[in-house]
Ligand binder design. Structure first.
Ligand code: ATP
Ligand code: MG
Length: 653
């Protein structure tokens, strides 16, 4: 059984696997350690990851990124509208209450929800891991932003289920990095004087900070803070706006009115930005950006930093908030660890540095791979097949959750709200709530301060309805409802019961004084209930999983067909060449004539309308037919080769 951890990034994702040597970040089919987080649709097949990146420029309308920013959201979410304006070229639509895309796929318009898109993407990551490990992959740990709400987390779990994956845990990305840090340190102090480390992750789309206390064998997240919309993409966007303005005057073109030109400018700006991380000046050149104009410009580091000042200025707030909430002073912070691609930007580092004055910024972790490594450690710890050093990690809830219910008619004064899991509550955690109810009742769980949530995410979390309250002798007994906030950060209603206190029926206790009170015992009566969350219905997940499997099989068939077509083509050219060369002494003239004619026939067919786009079996049949003619020749040649080799060996001995 495989042990796999994934850092599901906005731009790229990284995959870690556990092996007996330790944890490795694996490479994909083109030997990259990061796989573009993109899904694309074409006339014949889908392209996912690297394949999607390759065709992005020519098919940008049907190529979808920002997957982790879309999943679990609705079309009218303010965040989604912002993404649509700045970072998405596909057309977003509503798919059964959640955001999705309209694409052209297999020659027709089709729509897919963001959950399905993430399912497709996770299935691709699964295939990359399975290919590397040469075994099936089911168990996985996925790192997600700590600021994800219940609805987003559930959507990722549904997506994983669509990809046939079993998520052992969703881990917050900064916590994953912290776990990777802690588990490899052999010099951690005793728990009475923990080492406090701040992790700062500035990625493509967001910034996360976590203050974490480490001691021997464990870590505790003390506080977290985020800027959900601060990352490399916002810097790229600021540059796009700048050059678009410049080109209006310089070339009389309005780049931002043209999606394709904007897309190409954004790619150019990302390159320019990277050059400026190491150089004080960088050029921008985009051939034929629009209207056949080759656009070029340049930027100095100073100009660049001025252009992105509004992004840079927002860095300090989450850092200060995290420190404040941790209740630690700057003196008590032992290290500041940087992760995420955008911490390579000198100006970003400078801002982090000024928030943690006097502290050295360290990059002891691999800034691109720390999260994936940590997620893989978490998977290894949870997987029954792997033994890792035990390391306890305690994460915390990002948003407060309350329960609300209606007052009973006979007690209009009763409270109707309770804060069950405050912000910072340790995960996992269970709480038992008491309700003095005689009639069936409903309790709903929701986030307490919707203004804390991303965009316009629905604060609703879960619903519980007690269907029938058992009548018990002690009538003032409350109905107890067990709630749980699990390690994935998901809240649910787990159980409901009424404790009845009854007298113990037992043998007369001869030693008991005559006036002793009768012994009591508790009898637990289950309360039948229904509960609901925002997870998709099991039956819907099953049918989406089936649909995914079909698309996967059809993509595979397209690839196999292409592969067989190439094999036929190659055989034609290869054999033709060899007939005049190495096969020449072994072929009779009439044999050669016949084979050449057959090869010509196959070639003509390959370039005919029919052969251009035939079925896999048609290519296989053609190749087999050629081999019937060619194999006897190959056989004679090989036999002679072997004879020569045998003789040479004989001479040598
Ligand atoms: P997120 O964590 O927000 O989901 P992610 O994990 O995909 O995103 P990372 O891989 O951490 O993001 O970082 C990618 C970002 O880092 C991109 O915006 C990329 O342009 C930027 N980046 C990478 N290298 C450099 C560099 N040398 N200079 C400046 N920016 C860089
Ligand atoms: Mg990241």
């Amino acid at each position: 059984m495989a042990v796999v951890g994934v850092d599901f990034g906005c731009l790229h994702s990284k995959i870690g696997v556990a092996r007996h040597r330790g944890i490795d970040i694996i490479t994909n089919e083109v030997s990259n350690r990061a796989t573009p987080s993109l899904v694309a649709f074409g006339p014949k097949q889908r392209s996912i990851g690297e394949a999607a990146k390759t065709q992005e420029t020519s098919n940008f309308r049907n190529t979808i990124g920002s997957l982790k920013r879309l999943v679990g959201r609705t079309l009218n979410d303010t965040d989604v509208q912002d993404i649509e304006k700045k970072f998405i070229n596909a057309s977003l639509v509503d798919v059964q209450g959640s955001v999705g895309v309209d694409v052209r796929y297999l020659g027709e318009k089709q729509s897919f929800s963001a959950t399905q898109l993430v399912g497709m993407y996770l299935a691709k990551l699964r295939d990359i891991a399975a290919n590397e490990l040469k075994t099936g992959v089911t168990d996985i740990v996925i790192a997600v932003p700590g600021w994800y709400t219940d609805i987003q987390r559930r959507a990722v779990l549904d997506a994983a289920a669509i990809a046939g994956l079993n998520v052992l845990r969703l881990i917050n990305d900064a916590t994953a990095a912290a776990l990777g840090y802690g588990i490899t340190k052999s010099d951690l102090p005793e728990s009475d004087s923990p080492r406090n480390v701040v992790f700062v992750d500035v990625g493509h789309s967001s910034l996360s900070v976590a203050v974490v206390a480490f001691s021997k064998g464990q870590l505790t997240v003390k506080s977290t803070a985020y800027d959900r919309n601060l990352g490399g993409r916002d810097i790229d966007y600021a540059l796009v706006k700048h050059f678009s303005e410049e080109f209006k005057g310089k070339y009389k073109i309005d780049v931002m009115s043209n999606p394709k030109a904007t897309f190409r400018l954004a790619a150019g700006c990302e390159r320019l930005k990277k050059v400026l991380s190491a150089n004080h000046e960088a050029p921008l050149n985009i051939e034929s950006i629009m209207n056949d104009i080759d656009a070029s410009s340049k930027l100095t580091r100073e100009e660049y930093e001025a252009l992105i000042a509004s992004v840079l200025d927002r860095i300090s707030t989450p850092l200060e908030n995290a420190l404040k909430e941790s209740e630690l002073t700057l003196d008590q912070i032992d290290a500041v660890e940087l992760i995420g691609g955008s911490t390579r930007i000198p100006a970003v580092r400078a801002r982090i540095q000024s928030a943690f004055l006097g502290k050295a910024l360290s990059t002891t972790l691999n800034q691109d791979e720390a999260v994936a490594r940590g997620a893989t450690f978490a998977c290894a710890m949870l997987s029954p097949v792997f033994r890792v050093r035990d390391f306890r990690f305690t994460d915390i809830a990002t948003y407060p959750i309350k329960t609300v219910w209606e007052a009973s008619p006979d007690s209009p004064e009763e409270d109707t709200e309770l804060l069950v899991f405050p912000r910072g509550n340790a995960l996992p955690s269970s709480k038992i709530l008491s309700f003095y109810k005689k009639e069936p009742f409903t309790v709903e769980a929701m986030y307490d301060e919707p203004s804390l949530l991303p965009g316009s995410i629905n604060p609703w979390v879960a619903k519980f309805t007690a269907k029938e309250i058992p009548a018990v002798s002690n009538s003032d007994t409350p109905v107890k409802v067990k709630t749980r906030l699990n390690s994935n950060g998901l809240m649910s209603f787990e159980a409901a019961f009424v404790d009845e206190i009854v007298e113990k029926e037992e043998d007369m206790d001869v030693d008991a004084p005559p006036d002793a009170p009768p012994k009591k015992k508790k009898v637990k009566h289950d309360v039948p209930f229904v509960s609901g969350t925002s997870s998709l219905d099991k039956s819907l997940v099953e049918s989406l999983k089936e649909q995914e499997a079909q698309m996967h099989a059809s993509d595979k068939l397209v690839m196999d067909t292409e592969d067989r077509k190439n094999a036929l083509e190659e055989y034609v050219y290869d054999t033709r060449g060899k007939l005049d060369d190495r096969y020449a002494p072994f072929v009779k003239p009439e044999e050669k004539e016949k084979l050449l004619a057959a090869l010509q026939d196959a070639e003509d067919w390959l370039y005919s309308e029919e052969g251009e786009d035939a079925t896999k079996s048609a290519y296989v049949t053609r190749l087999d037919a050629l081999k019937v003619l060619g194999d006897p020749i190959t056989f004679r040649w090989r036999e002679s080769e072997e004879r020569v080799r045998a003789i040479t060996q004989l001479r040598e001995t």
